[in-house]
Design a protein. Structure first.
Length: 241
């Protein structure tokens, strides 16, 4: 069952999705426990942990505390699509995979994330570790909030698309990895209104429909998301939607 996370988690994720930097590591990294200052400047190098935050959002992980021990998330950033397509997320240790699509100038356009489903995390790490399946679109929504908040007054006044009027569409669900990895646009303009689109692939671990699939293909939650810098450029009319 798909449901959105609460506002507290969304607020905590917003700055993290935009601003967290650091390089990917071969060893597990602690899951984010607090968000950076929302006044910090976002850069193209601040994307290395996006899918770790995405995993928190789609599975309902955190906030951490005595009743909910911190769960390390190892986010592996792939430099080429081929290795990303072949990679599979892991539940123990909890490992996500990330690939960033870029334009001709090397700027991030889309972020693809491979993560684990909430029910698989709970099955392996204990009930209550994850609070339930969320939507990829919720991550786009927090990115929209962060990008909108980062605009200066002159930028907001001259923006082609008002962040307050942008529509975050429900996830477009795919059924296979091949379908999910196809190219598509994260934005569309309908009747003059900018829409943000997310493509998802969800195969829950305990869903009886998928019990005969190989284990590597079960218990997964994949998201394709708009990159914060690209959304900013679209809002300001620097690139077409």
């Amino acid at each position: 069952m798909m449901r959105s996370r609460g506002p507290a988690l969304a607020t905590g994720l917003a700055a993290g999705l935009m601003l967290t930097g650091g390089a990917a590591s071969a060893s597990p990294q602690p899951a984010p426990s607090s968000a950076p200052s929302p006044t910090a400047a976002a850069t193209e190098d601040s994307l290395a942990r996006v899918c770790a935050y995405g995993q928190m959002a789609t599975a309902g992980l955190g906030p951490w505390g005595p009743e909910r021990p911190q769960l390390p998330i190892d986010n592996v950033v792939h430099r080429d699509m081929e290795s990303f397509v072949a990679a599979k997320p892991q539940v123990r240790p909890l490992r996500t995979h990330q690939f960033v699509s870029r334009d001709a100038d090397g700027r991030a356009v889309q972020i693809r994330c491979k993560g684990k489903s909430a029910d698989h995390i709970n099955t392996v790490h204990g009930d209550g570790t994850a609070s339930g399946e969320g939507a990829c679109g919720a991550i786009n929504r927090t990115t929209l909030r962060s990008v909108g908040a980062s605009l200066s007054a002159p930028e907001r006044a001259s923006a082609v698309h008002d962040p307050a009027e942008v529509v975050v569409d429900e996830d477009t669900q795919t059924l296979t990895g091949g379908e999910w990895t196809q190219e598509f646009s994260s934005t569309a303009v309908e009747d003059g209104v900018l829409h943000l689109r997310a493509y998802a692939l969800v195969v829950e671990w305990l869903d009886p429909r998928w019990q005969n699939l190989p284990e590597a293909f079960r218990g997964v939650h994949y998201c394709t998301l708009i990159a914060p810098g690209h959304l900013r450029r679209v809002l300001l009319g620097e690139v077409p939607a």
